[in-house]
Design a protein around this ligand. Sequence first.
Ligand SMILES: C[S@@+](CC[C@H](N)C(=O)[O-])C[C@H]1O[C@@H](n2cnc3c(N)ncnc32)[C@H](O)[C@@H]1O
Length: 271
Amino acid sequence: MDRGPDAPDTEVTDAFTRTAASYDRLVGLNPGYHDHLLASARALLEHVPADGPLRLLDLGCGSGASTRALVQAVEETGRSEQTELTGVDASSGMLASARIKRWPRWVRFRLGRAQDLGSDTTRYDGVLAAYLVRNVPERDQLVADLFEVLRPGGVLVLHEYAVRGHRRAAAVWTLVCWTIVIPLAALVARKVDLHHYLWRSVLDFDSVQQLQERLQRGGFTDIRHRTVGGWQRGIVHTVLARKPEQAEQTWPAEQAAPVEDEQPERAGDAA
Ligand SMILES: C[S@@+](CC[C@H](N)C(=O)[O-])C[C@H]1O[C@@H](n2cnc3c(N)ncnc32)[C@H](O)[C@@H]1O
């Protein structure tokens, strides 16, 4: 069904809209949720260009938890006066919950789908996508669009659950979901569909290595990864990547340098 540009909710984002009223309470019960977002936001601020105006995008901003982390990281670096921060989300309910909070005047929100990012003409210095990529089925296209909306030298930070290929992390994830997360959702939100989907979607998602390789295939460089502390160690990850400075230089076909057959560089584990 074509729902029109004013109502971009899809099946997944509909589920977020239905849970929006209790979302903040639920994530508040998750130890480390806000601190981990802040660590990812700080990583973004550490790597964006040090001077000049700063255009930031929080893609999949939800009810504003990741936006709040970005605001704090921007304020810590004393760059509020230079910054424009846009939060975008496809869930009308989550966005409404973000909008009613108090924000500095340099923060704005927009209803929109990640899949429509290609039509965004702004070029950002930094993009944070926290717990978003796993929810988007066309991930290579999303990576291509993220590459496009960043200005050369711009930085992407993905903050995401990834357990594939790590038996301990996958087992802890399943245990915590079925003994704590899903029962809490039943108690607080009185519905479990979103959190059941959360459990399953994380098991089905890329490994952190695959995610980094996806970024590398999409043209990103300087790819780094780190995990968090606490029970989410090896489960929640920050993946940082840069659009190369020369990315927009295009060569006419007849002048293109011959491409040597070379081994692709492995995505690093360095951050
Ligand atoms: C788990 S929440 C995370 C929200 C926020 N980033 C945070 O860290 O708390 C994921 C958000 O992604 C949004 N989302 C999921 N799929 C999306 C899509 N295709 N386009 C835009 N937003 C999407 C959902 O509506 C939801 O608000």
